[in-house]
Design a protein around this ligand. Structure first.
Ligand code: ZN
Length: 282
């Protein structure tokens, strides 16, 4: 055989083997996406209606079914009290977590009232869904060491309030809930970088654009935590003084979420509920 042909065959075998190694080597794990819904009365503390529960939740459930999303609804005790059947409907395919009882900023309350706000909502939600409630987000994201230790004492697995500091899932310190430590409960904060992942906080950009930016990073994050409220999917006819809320509530936010889920359906991501996140990051 001609020497030149032999060299070409050897090179082809080497290159082929290299390509095979490259495609069969260890691949990066998928990014976990947590879709979380703060399920509360409309636009607190300014309104006390429940159009988000009556009109927004059915819209969200349909979208999640269409895109095979497992989500976590963090529900206030007041919603549970007025809409137990809707909570049961949400629980059929999704996790039910707690958003405390009455949507007051917990950090302004005494330890005893914090305990009451969290404990009453927990019992109410558990009696409605018939299983343990183990994920929590504080109203207005006002969390502190007391809240985290009350949650751990009640058997909660995940606390998910947004806060500056560590932005990846972590076990907090008993002395400082914003630092890593050795508590059993896991913090899965709402993603803040490049923006806080609520529709009105996207700084004029669309959800898909922000998600593309995050997922196209050389090292995509292990978790993206996205937050929303059911009332953002209803045209609340808010006064323009409320800025982004009055512009976005209703069709615009619906279209943005639909486009986000469509984009994510083509990406290497896995949807997890918050309590599934506890096991994934154990
Ligand atoms: Zn809230």
């Amino acid at each position: 055989m001609n020497k030149r042909i032999v060299v070409i065959i050897i090179m082809a075998v080497i290159l082929g083997g290299t390509a095979l190694w490259a495609t069969s080597g260890p691949s990066a794990p998928p990014t976990y996406v947590f879709i979380t819904i703060d399920t509360e009365p409309d636009f607190p503390p300014y309104m006390d209606s429940y159009r988000g529960i009556e009109e927004g939740i059915p819209v969200l459930l349909d979208l999640f079914e269409a895109y095979d999303v497992t989500a976590t609804f963090l529900v206030t005790g007041t919603v549970a009290k007025h809409y137990p059947d809707m909570v049961r409907l949400m629980a059929e395919d999704h996790e039910i977590g707690s958003h405390a009882f009455s949507h007051r900023p917990l950090t302004s309350l005494s330890y005893e009232v914090k305990l009451q706000e969290i404990g009453v909502a927990t019992s109410m939600l558990e009696s409605i869904v018939g299983r343990d409630v183990t994920s929590f987000r504080a109203p207005y994201h006002k969390c502190d060491e007391d809240v985290v230790s009350i949650l751990e004492g009640l058997g909660y697995l995940v606390e998910s309030s947004a806060a500056r500091g560590i932005e990846v899932p972590y076990h907090p310190s008993q002395e400082d809930w914003l630092s890593a430590g050795d508590m059993d409960i896991l913090r899965v904060p709402v993603t803040r970088d490049p923006v806080l992942m609520y529709p009105y906080d996207l700084e004029g950009r669309s959800w898909p654009d922000v998600a593309k930016q995050i997922l196209s990073c050389e090292q995509a994050p292990e978790a993206i935590v996205i937050g929303m409220h059911p009332w953002e999917f209803v045209d609340l006819d808010l006064d323009p003084c409320y800025g982004a809320y009055s512009r976005l509530c209703g069709e615009e936010t619906y279209n943005d979420l639909r486009d986000l889920l469509h984009y994510l359906s083509s990406q290497d991501i896995t949807y997890l509920s918050l309590s599934e996140g506890y096991d994934a990051f154990a």
